[in-house]
Design a protein. Structure first.
Length: 82
């Protein structure tokens, strides 16, 4: 995702988190080859460039080291204010 690649990953909690519940990637049921095949059939190559831009923006804002540091700092500040 840091390079704009569109993730095709199993539908587990951690991958739902990093793909914004599948809106920025494709999720399939673990161990289900037919579901993976169906997901691969849904991928539209003409949407790749636009989807890649969205993924890069999401990664920078939510998943990058800087984004995680900002979130951690914000959470620590909120705890100190209590």
């Amino acid at each position: 995702m840091a390079c704009g690649c569109i993730p095709v990953v199993t539908n587990i909690p951690s991958f739902r988190k990093i793909t914004a519940n599948g809106s920025l990637g494709f999720l399939y049921q673990p161990g289900n080859a037919k579901d993976l095949f169906d997901v691969m059939q849904k991928i539209n190559p003409t949407e790749k460039e636009n989807r890649s831009r969205l993924i890069l923006t999401y990664f920078e804002n939510e998943l990058s080291f800087n984004a995680i540091a900002r979130q951690l700092y914000s959470n620590c500040q909120a705890l100190l204010e209590k």
